[in-house]
Design a protein around this ligand. Structure first.
Ligand code: GDP
Length: 310
């Protein structure tokens, strides 16, 4: 029997779970629905950071130490750009550039982001389905103490230093789920929410009209892996952001954030379960090695199976 699984994901944290999942079940039965709120135009190119992280991770090209970009990258393009006075706050390696140039070229010719992503995944032998949440532009924008910042300006250029008061997903009202997204959710036996940033990586996916309804109507249980371990986020701005938004970084907050959607939560062994009584599975949720990633993925699948269809 094939049990199809959908995972909603951002970039680095999410890609760890998706890679683990591909190690414990048939990749052909996995659909990753990826945040594109971080997508932006830079130097005339369309850059999709979370999709790229997933493509690099799943084809074993990711720079694991760095946490973004490709392993063994060269920097001739960026050096030449710098010598001309070009903006160099967003680092673009030579191999990475090939992806952005080809994607931008094909988008300009009228191809959809979802079709281009599928072709890239196929070219690199990735056996699972990688779908952008939408083919339409959605831009994550943050109101901060230094004014409105688009996601990459906040995340990369300002290194998450500005205090955030509000997060918006511009264009989301007019976006539609990419082809295949709603069908994958409808056909799934388990729907996982990766331990990605709930506010910056998962919320943009949930902001696409039709997505919340599809998750609510799905026959499959929705299981999140908590991004919080011991009251802290493993990396990135999640905990800082929660503090700025007046939210205590714990599993109660994660359960409350996904309230109405969630059927179960995978939490770290040392952490308290949310007080709302939602079923939990406990494991060491820090995904350092491939064994960790598979264990966490398996824990999420086991919890989904234990809960069963809605
Ligand atoms: P993205 O949101 O998926 O693009 O990825 P990030 O790397 O920014 O991580 C987002 C969140 O995932 C962080 O706030 C972390 O708390 C969480 N995270 C990252 N790695 C792990 C992990 O190994 N285990 C768990 N439980 N959470 C993680």
């Amino acid at each position: 029997m094939t049990a199809k699984v959908v995972v909603l994901t951002g970039g680095v944290g999410g890609a760890k779970l998706v890679l683990g999942l591909a190690g414990v079940m048939a990749p052909a039965d996995i659909t990753a629905i990826v945040n594109t709120g971080d997508d932006f135009r830079h130097l005339g190119l369309h850059i999709s950071p979370d999709i790229d992280t997933l493509l690099y991770t799943l084809s074993d090209k990711a720079n694991k130490a760095q946490g973004w970009g490709r392993e063994g990258e060269s920097w001739a393009f960026l050096d030449a750009l710098r010598s001309l006075g070009g903006e160099d706050w967003f680092l673009l390696g030579d191999g990475d550039m090939a992806l952005h140039v080809l994607r931008s070229h094909r988008l300009a010719q009228g191809d959809r982001l979802s079709a281009i992503t599928a072709d890239f995944a196929k070219a690199w032998g990735i056996g699972l389905t990688v779908l952008p949440m939408s083919d339409d532009p959605v831009a994550t924008c943050l109101d901060t103490d230094v004014g409105m910042l688009e996601f990459q300006r906040y995340f990369v250029e300002r290194r998450c230093v500005p205090a955030v008061s509000r997060i918006r997903f511009e264009g989301s009202e007019a976006a539609v789920p990419a082809p295949g997204v709603l069908d994958a959710i409808g056909e799934a036996e388990a729907i996982l929410i990766a331990p990605s940033n709930p506010y910056l990586s998962v919320d943009p996916v949930l902001a696409v009209p039709g997505m919340r309804e599809a998750l609510r109507d799905a026959r499959a249980p929705v299981i999140a892996v908590s991004p919080i371990i011991g009251g802290k986020a493993v990396k990135g701005p999640t905990a800082k952001l929660m503090a700025e938004l007046g939210i205590t970084p714990d599993n109660d907050a994660i359960a409350a954030h996904y309230a109405g959607l969630l059927d179960g939560l995978v939490i770290d062994e040392g952490d308290a379960a949310p007080g709302n009584g939602i079923p939990v599975a406990r494991t060491d949720t820090l995904m350092t090695t491939i064994t960790d990633r598979r264990r966490v993925a398996q824990a999420a699948l086991d919890l989904a199976r234990a809960i069963g269809r809605r």
